[in-house]
Ligand binder design. Structure first.
Ligand code: CA
Length: 432
């Protein structure tokens, strides 16, 4: 079993960190950033409203005690090289930074130049994708979401397909179009066909939707043929992010038979920039929903397998002054756990790689205000959302900004994910 390194809830920083900050001393998530002053990409850890520049600390000789850490692990455009080291390296780095910023540690306070170099305000940092993503898989693990979609498009009395309670359903997505928070999403073009249309047309999607998801990022490789058991998945999962798995419902409806989603999903997937480690999430570990049908032995788990993570979606049109909260839910509602997803994914011996992204699938809760997509919130367009600017939404319009937030909180400690935020731009109609 994995030995996690948590930073005690009582440990406090000398740095001024707002009590509602996602980035407490107990969090210290990993990311990759550049700044106007330092245009070379480097590894940073978020703390309060700042980014801790690991390269500045390394060059000052303050990270010498971290097992097998070298400069090229930190002056890097992704976390992959750092994660390729033994877990003691990235764990040691995180704990050393916690130590340097713990109340009573004078090292940086006594060196104002280094203090200034080692902390970059987050609003002055350009945050990149945290890992180089070789593989992207998207699961479909929320029972509420799968039931809602099944009820809308198939049979309200019998919404789940026969395999759903036995297999963590998923498909292989496209890693090249995973983009970081802040990058605009262009409305996709595609084949569209309503039931009444005699033939499809080609044009901009009229049913652009978000999907509220979380992702786990793998921190180790496996060999082809190797399988990961549910009891050892924690050794392979480095951490988690927020994910907006953009979807074009109209393109999807026409193309998905019989092989599943294709171009309706591959035009963009937006990801939050900070990877919150499983270490930081341990205090928030909880049991998921009871599984109502016995699962096969390779999918059985013991103990609490999920995390109590609050999730919200906010929407702001171009005319609105502030975003409106349109969904509130929790990661703990997911029926299939990450351990089951990863054990299932590798049950045929497929190999995983450092930096892979595994999306949870749309996270919907039990109540109508906890649904994680416009498709469900507006129930296939039958219950439009009223916005404060006087307009209605059934799906996402050009100029709309979608913001997803996530955080865990307990005993006065908050461990948050920041946000994934994207504005939607009009389709590019040249050559359409
Ligand atoms: Ca999805």
């Amino acid at each position: 079993m994995q030995q996690f390194s948590t930073i005690p809830a009582t440990q406090r920083s000398w740095l001024n960190i707002a009590s509602d900050s996602d980035f407490s001393l107990q969090n210290l998530p990993f990311g990759v950033f550049t700044s106007d002053k330092f245009p070379e990409a480097r590894i940073g850890l978020a703390l309060g409203d700042s980014v801790v520049d690991t390269l500045a600390l390394f060059d000052a000789g303050l990270l010498q005690g971290v097992n097998s850490l070298s400069r090229e692990h930190l002056r890097a455009s992704s976390l992959n090289a750092l994660l390729a080291q033994e877990p003691e390296t990235w764990r040691g780095l995180r704990l050393r930074i916690a130590e340097l910023f713990t109340a009573g540690n004078q090292t940086l306070l006594q060196n104002p130049d280094l203090h200034a170099r080692a902390l970059v305000k987050q609003n002055l940092a350009q945050l990149r994708l945290p890992t180089k993503v070789g593989n992207y898989v998207d699961f479909y693990s929320s029972r509420e979401h799968a039931s809602n979609v099944g009820a809308m498009f198939r049979d309200p009395q019998n919404p789940l397909l026969p395999n759903w309670l036995h297999i963590p359903i998923g498909y292989n997505g496209r890693s090249s179009s995973i983009i970081p928070s802040g990058i605009a999403v262009k409305r996709p073009l595609g084949q569209l066909k309503n039931d009444a249309d005699p033939a499809p047309t080609f044009g901009p999607s009229k049913q652009l939707d978000f999907e509220l998801e979380m992702a786990f990022i793998t921190g180790r490789n496996t060999q082809l043929g190797e399988r990961i058991s549910t009891s050892s998945t924690d050794d392979y999962i480095f951490g988690m992010t927020l994910l907006n798995d953009w979807s074009a419902r109209d393109i999807q409806r026409w193309e998905y038979v019989p092989l599943g989603p294709f171009l309706a999903k591959t035009f963009a997937t937006s990801m939050s920039p900070w990877v919150v480690t499983l270490d930081a999430l341990q205090p928030f570990r909880v049991s998921g929903p009871e599984q109502t049908v016995p699962v096969l032995p390779y999918l059985q788990t013991q103990g609490a397998q999920t995390y109590d993570i609050h999730l919200e979606v906010w929407l702001q049109s171009a005319k609105m002054d502030a975003p409106l909260k349109i969904c509130r839910t929790n990661f703990r509602h997911m029926y299939w756990s990450m351990a089951q997803q990863l054990a299932h994914m590798t049950s045929n011996g497929t190999n995983i790689e450092i930096g892979d992204v595994y999306g949870s699938g749309t996270i919907s809760g039990p109540t109508p205000d906890s649904y994680g997509s416009m498709l469900e919130l507006c129930w296939k367009g039958t219950k439009p959302l009223e916005l404060p600017d006087g307009t209605q939404r059934k799906f996402i319009e050009d100029g709309d900004t979608v913001i997803m937030k996530g955080w865990a909180e307990k005993d006065g400690v908050r461990v948050g994910f920041g946000e994934v935020r994207s504005v939607v731009q009009a389709a590019d109609l040249v050559n359409a």
